[in-house]
Structure formats: structure tokens, C-alpha cells
Design a protein around this ligand. Structure first.
Ligand code: NAP
Length: 464
């Protein structure tokens, strides 16, 4: 895939970039190795100051940065602004809390004595240079939620961003440079995915984190395994949205629409499969289809737009093919289902609700990365949970119920990294984020995220 800025609202190529050659990559890796030595000697306050300065720049330049994001990947401008603001918040959160999250840990005096030591504790030391392979869908947030804890822990970062968001990738590196990051502390590498394996194998790189598709996860996980390096994989999802009879139906419908179309439907944690109890199905289905039909599709720079274009032509075509396959096998489009009525130019796809989906259709288990919802009717909670679990993914899940017993049942039986009751899945710096099954492994954010890229070191001091 060429490294280029292509406006998804028009299909126009605005700028292309040459990937780093061997020498430039070598230089960057060398700089990262040197920076890692200096960075591990810095204190928490110095690291926190850098994060706070970067947050201040992000706030001050939010509008400009949001335009870059929307131009490259098509999310509505207000959502790009909100993403930048969320990044500034996470930077400050780790600046405030990072030190405490990885402070030395002491076992009880009794256990220390039992180990034969005069003194023993655990210190969280940095690993060194961490490679981050990131996707385009939240091109600021995906980077910052890795970067803030990684830097706070004393690591340095190498970013290989998705090939369609090079301007955003360079903007982030420039922002940290202006915030005072020493050379090599955070570098953007303009490289293709074919160069990732080589970087993972480089001895100067200690670990890798990837947010992206299942296929990319398999490649990066295999390379990290082969190189015996720590990896974190945040992969795809096909999150269920369960609606049970005790739910506040009006709130459930409003949230269902938002959860499906946020980020033009291109979010790993978007609700994608709507599984509704038969008692409330008719009311939910008609209100949901009506609300999806009413969404305004158009220019993402326009403040009235609910749904912009998909980020890439390939993404639009893949989604189109999944819907066509479902319709061919007997599904019904309650709204949408073909491109009639959306702008000709650019990679738009209409909000779509499919019913009558069955297991032989690809869409039953595939991730729909765009504004397409599948709607299922079930007889009881057990059937709802069985259907919810019937995909290869296990990222998050949304459950609408006021019944504590139903909640307990879901806590026991739903296989996912997150359970969000009476709301939609969202990430927050204080809450760990990640999945199980083909949604990957490891966690980002909170204390779990900062400890992923630490060398958990046992320090033991013998008795005199
Ligand atoms: P993608 O094609 O997997 O790309 C993600 C990143 O991986 C890009 O930087 C890409 O580089 C790189 N890449 C792709 N194939 C690779 C390979 N074989 N080896 C090494 N690197 C490789 O994913 P996407 O289409 O951009 O993003 C959408 C996917 O990300 C969806 O599945 C979504 O659910 C998932 N996602 C997950 C989370 C989460 O937190 N769980 C969050 C957001 C998105 P190039 O661009 O150069 O190909």
C-alpha cells in the first residue's frame, strides 16, 4: 500500500510519501537505542512534564490537527476534535498517575524475611524501544493510548502508522518534538507493512504493540514470537448489543445508533450485532431502522453530517461485498443495502440495517467495518448470549437490562474483554482496554497498560 494522503470524501490524492530507505531506517533505530539509554535515567517528573507540554500543544492546535485527521480518514470534524481532546486528557492522566501505577512494590515483611532477604521489592523498569504499529481509524488516540504510558514508564517509541495517515503520523512526531522530547524519544517511521518484521527482529527493538486487523495481528504476533519479544495485540471485534425486556428502550435505540455509526462505523468497539429479545424486538427494530434511515450522510467537514465516507476504497468495497453476500443468501435490508442515494464521489456507504441474517452468510461472523448493523431476534437471554459468543472475536459487549440476575448471568457467560451495561463501549484512561479470542491479547490503558512494557524486576538484598 502506497504511503499517501488521499481524501476519502473525494478520492483525490493530495500527497504521496517515499518510504524510509535502509539508511534512514538504520539511523532512526540507532537514535532510538541512544535515546533509550538516556530516557531510562529520567525521573517521573521529567517524563510527566513532557506529556503535559504535549497535551497543552494538542489543546492549542486542536482545530488544525482535527482538519488533518478528517482530511486523511474522513471522520466528521467534530469527532476529530473530540479525539484530540481525549488524547490531551490521557496524556495528563498518565502524567498525574503514571508514577503511582508503577511505583516499587513491597511484599509483606514476613514474606521478605521468608525469602531470606533483608530487603526485597519489585521495580517496574522500562524495556527500551517499543515499536507501535497503528491503524488509521483513531489516528491520534490509538497512538497516544500507547505512547503516554510507554513514555511514562521510561521507554522510547517508534511509530509505524497506517499508510493512509502519514500527515497525522508526522504531526504527532512534530508535536512531541516541539513539546521538548529529546531526539529519538518518539519517532514516526514512514515504512510499509512489509518492513515491520525486519524492525521487530532488530536487536535495538525490545517489544511491539499492534492495533489493527486479525491478519496483521497474526503476522506481527508470529514475528514477535520468532524474535522472542513481548507483544500486545489489539485486534478486531464484532461486539454484540443485547436488548432485554427490562431495558429503557428509548435510550437503548439512541445509544444503538451512536454505537454503530461512531467514527463512520469504523471502530473496533462499535456495536455491530444487535440481539434483541422477542418481547421488545418489534418496537426496537422499527425505531432503530427509522433512526438509522434518518442519518445525514455527507461531507465530514460539514457540521450537520452524521456519517462521512469510509476511510478507504478497499474498506468500502469489502463492506459492500459483505452486504451483497447477505442479501444474495436471503437477508433483508430494512434500510440501506446499496449505494443509491449517497454521494457519487468519495467512498460513502449508507447506514444499513439487515434482518434475516443466518450462519451461512459471511456477515454473520465477519467484522463489519462501516455503518452496517445486523439485527437478530431471540427468545431468551441464554439464546442471546449464545449468539453473542458465536463469533471468533471477544473485544467488548453491550447489555441493556435492569435485572441484576441477568447481569450476573452475562458476567459469567459472555466471552469478551469488556461488559458495558446500559451504555456503549468507550475507552477511558483509568479502565483497561483489550480483548480475548481473535480480538488479541494484552491490555492498554490504566495500570495494566503501563505495565505491559515494563521489565518487572525482582530486587533482593541478602542479609549482612
Ligand atoms: P490493518 O490493515 O491491520 O492495519 C493496521 C496497521 O497494521 C497498519 O499500520 C498497517 O500498515 C499494519 N499492517 C497491516 N498488515 C500488516 C502485516 N502483515 N504486518 C505488519 N503490519 C501490518 O487494519 P486497518 O484496516 O487499518 O484497521 C482496522 C482494523 O483494526 C479493524 O479490524 C479494527 O477492528 C482494528 N482495530 C482494533 C482496535 C482495538 O483496540 N482492538 C482499535 C482500532 C482498530 P499499512 O497501513 O501500511 O498496511
Amino acid at each position: 500500500m502506497a504511503i499517501a494522503t488521499v481524501n476519502p470524501a473525494t478520492g483525490e490524492t493530495l500527497e504521496t510519501f517515499e518510504p524510509l530507505g535502509r539508511d534512514a531506517l538504520e539511523l532512526a533505530l540507532g537514535r532510538a537505542a541512544e535515546a533509550a539509554v538516556l530516557q531510562r535515567a529520567t525521573g517521573f517528573e521529567e517524563r510527566a512534564d513532557l506529556l503535559r507540554r504535549a497535551a497543552a500543544l494538542l489543546d492549542a492546535e486542536r482545530d488544525r490537527i482535527a482538519v488533518t485527521v478528517t482530511t486523511e480518514m474522513g471522520k466528521p470534524l467534530a469527532q476529530a476534535r473530540a479525539e484530540a481532546a481525549k488524547c490531551a486528557k490521557a496524556l495528563r492522566w498518565y502524567a498525574d498517575h503514571g508514577a503511582a501505577l508503577i511505583a516499587d512494590e513491597r511484599p509483606s515483611d514476613e514474606d521478605v524475611a521468608d525469602s531470606g532477604a533483608a530487603f526485597a521489592y519489585v521495580r517496574y523498569r522500562p524495556l527500551g524501544a517499543v515499536l507501535a504499529v497503528m491503524p488509521w481509524n483513531f489516528p491520534l488516540w490509538q497512538v497516544v493510548r500507547f505512547l503516554a504510558p510507554a513514555l511514562m514508564a521510561g521507554n522510547v517509541a517508534l511509530l509505524k502508522h497506517a499508510s493512509n495517515v502519514p500527515r497525522t503520523a508526522l504531526t504527532l512526531a512534530d508535536l512531541f518534538h516541539r513539546a521538548g522530547a529529546a531526539p529519538g524519544v518518539f519517532q514516526t517511521l514512514l515504512i510499509g507493512s512489509d518492513q515491520v518484521e525486519r524492525v521487530i527482529h532488530d536487536p535495538r527493538v525490545a517489544a511491539v504493540t499492534l492495533t489493527g486487523s486479525e491478519g496483521a495481528g497474526r503476522s506481527v504476533g508470529a514475528a514477535a514470537g520468532d524474535a522472542l519479544k513481548k507483544s500486545v495485540l489489539e485486534l478486531g471485534g464484532s461486539d454484540p448489543f443485547l436488548v432485554l425486556p427490562s431495558a429503557d428502550l428509548e435510550a437503548a435505540v439512541t445509544t444503538a445508533v451512536k454505537a454503530r455509526i461512531q467514527n463512520n462505523g469504523q471502530s473496533c468497539i462499535a456495536a455491530k450485532r444487535f440481539i434483541v429479545h422477542e418481547q421488545v424486538y418489534p418496537r426496537f427494530a422499527s425505531a432503530f431502522a427509522r433512526a438509522m434511515r434518518a442519518l445525514r450522510v455527507g461531507d465530514p467537514m460539514d457540521a450537520d453530517t452524521d456519517l462521512g465516507p469510509l476511510a478507504t476504497r478497499q474498506g468500502r468495497d469489502d463492506l459492500s461485498a459483505l452486504v451483497a453476500d447477505a442479501l444474495r443468501h436471503g437477508a433483508t435490508a430494512e434500510t440501506g443495502g446499496d449505494r443509491a442515494g449517497v454521494p457519487e464521489r468519495g467512498w460513502y456507504y449508507p447506514p444499513t440495517v439487515l434482518t434475516g441474517v443466518s450462519p451461512e452468510m459471511l456477515i454473520h461472523t465477519a467484522e463489519t467495518f462501516g455503518p452496517v448493523a445486523t439485527l437478530y431476534r431471540v427468545n431468551d437471554l441464554a439464546e442471546a448470549v449464545e449468539l453473542a459468543n458465536a463469533t471468533p472475536y471477544g473485544l467488548s459487549s453491550n447489555i441493556w437490562t435492569e435485572d441484576p440476575e441477568e447481569r450476573e448471568y452475562c458476567l459469567r457467560e459472555l466471552v469478551a474483554g469488556g461488559l458495558f451495561f446500559n451504555g456503549m463501549t468507550a475507552s477511558h484512561p483509568a479502565l483497561p482496554f483489550g480483548g480475548v479470542k481473535n480480538s488479541g491479547y494484552g491490555r492498554e490503558l490504566a495500570g495494566h497498560g503501563i505495565r505491559e512494557f515494563c521489565n518487572v524486576t525482582t530486587v533482593w538484598l541478602g542479609r549482612p
